[in-house]
Design a protein around this ligand. Sequence first.
Ligand SMILES: *Cc1c(COP(=O)(O)O)cnc(C)c1O
Length: 394
Amino acid sequence: MGMLENELREELSGLERDGLRRDLRVISGGHAGRAQYDGRSFIMLSSNNYLGLAGDSRVRRAAISAVERYGVGAGASRLIAGSFDPLHQLEARIAGIKGTEAALVFGSGYLANLGVVTALMGRGDVIFSDELNHASLVDGCRLSKASVQVYRHCDVAHLKAIVEQAAPARRRLIVTESIFSMDGDCAPLNEILTLARQFGAALMIDEAHAFGVIGPHGAGLAAESGLGHEIEVQIGTLSKAVGAYGAYVAGSRVLIDFLINRARSFIYTTALPPAIAAAAQAAIDIIVSEPERIRRLWDNSAYLRGRLEAAGFTLGRSQSPMLPLMIGESHVALEMASRLFARGVYIVAIRPPTVPPGTARLRLTPISEHTRADLDEAIAALIESGRELGLVGP
Ligand SMILES: *Cc1c(COP(=O)(O)O)cnc(C)c1O
């Protein structure tokens, strides 16, 4: 046995001891609120497919007809082999919904965050970053070589204090999620933008959990807050509520032209497959034409929250459909997830380093397509499992 393998096995055992090991679970099918494992059907409360569009028949058809026309892979990066028109149509559609001059599609949200932060920021610049920002933003900050100042979660007073103390810099950028992925709370965008203006900083937001979930036509929290035209850099994914894959950056024409020339995770990677862009556009059309989906999503979430809080669970400070059921200890969260799984409910335990130590949780994402019967079944399983583990009273 090689030395490397022994060391890795040792590290994995450490993760297992601490309740932090992760393993893949094979899904054989399912969408719209249910999934199949091992021939059994589960209520899926862990996907980000908020509107059930990943499996929508119209979205599937759009992808299939684009595959027939353009093939599967894009063949090369967009600057090398030319840029398929479904991506351009999608970008125009996104810019229209976001109310920005332009948009640019990236291969994924991870790539977008990495590419945008590193293109905009470098040595001699300073980034102010919320402490709960997504790993892809954190990695972008690290890779940029800018000075990174972390402020307490959504704490504008703390942000102000560190912006005031920061040494003069070539460029300043405040970076935050709009709806936070693991807590579901909203950044105070108005106050942050005011501060940014006051101190000559630009603002970049990540709307991964807001696009398709909130705002006019699901345009996100910036649009909901009336800031669609004001926030310089707006990122969102096409992989969550939109149900496809990829991500966008929306902003001024100049920003987009600059990113085409400078964002390494745009330049040096193969383009998003055209069929995925066509699927994303079909999904966006549905989000716009069927606003009741977003309403059902929020209604389902309110119902789930009400029933779980009445049963004595602690649900955290979410202001979005995603509900963090707070547990604390990683081992307990894992045990809870495994008891739920035995009862036919799939909810993954979210543990460090995805969330801060001691804040392990179950992250519940009801979607628009869950029926009340689905939710009632999940609620019953949550209450039974929670009682067995002493998380809620009898
Ligand atoms: C999921 C997520 C991403 C990454 O997006 P992908 O398209 O899945 O790569 C980025 N930021 C946040 C806040 C996310 O939740």
